[in-house]
Design a protein around this ligand. Structure first.
Ligand code: FES
Length: 158
């Protein structure tokens, strides 16, 4: 079907939006924002631990981790934050999948920023939101392990 004026208008508009976005951010961030891998809450039986955290900017992020033998087999996320937070959450899940919990815990906001080829100065805190949420999820996972160990000990003694 030949392009009509409306199709051309929409195409131009999309191109201009893309140009504007990549000028403000970069190609990598824009592509993760438009096609965020690992977005969404997986089925309950695919979640070992989940955590939602509200950052100082008022936006929230949630992480859903499936962990087996201390390895993060699957990582998903959700956020109601800005485009940069979508890219930061997504990049974090990509970096921690198939890594040990201990390695994931060592990640810092600067690592996410570097993997994203640099967030704009006024959006550096979006990587902070992703890492704070991840660290809280890992803390919760460790607590869960302790509780399970205590439970086992009690059963063993009784
Ligand atoms: Fe709040 Fe980006 S502005 S996470």
């Amino acid at each position: 079907m030949p392009k009509d004026k409306f199709d051309e208008y929409v195409e131009n508009l999309q191109n201009n939006i893309h140009k504007e976005e990549t000028r403000e951010y970069n190609e990598h961030i824009v592509s993760l924002y438009h096609d965020p891998k690992n977005w969404g809450k997986p089925p309950e039986d695919e979640i070992t631990i989940s955590k939602t955290y509200e950052g100082p900017c008022g936006d929230t992020m949630s992480f859903y981790l499936k962990i087996k033998d201390n390895i993060i087999e699957r990582a998903n996320f959700l956020t109601d934050g800005c485009g940069a937070s979508v890219a930061a959450g997504c990049q974090t899940t990509l970096l921690i999948e198939n890594k040990s919990v201990d390695d994931a815990e060592k990640l810092e906001p600067e690592d996410i920023d570097a993997a994203l080829n640099g967030l704009p100065e006024d959006h550096k805190h979006c990587a902070e939101l992703a890492i704070r949420t991840l660290k809280r999820a890992i803390d919760e996972y460790k607590l869960l392990l302790c509780l399970k160990a205590e439970e086992k000990e009690k059963t063993f003694r009784s």
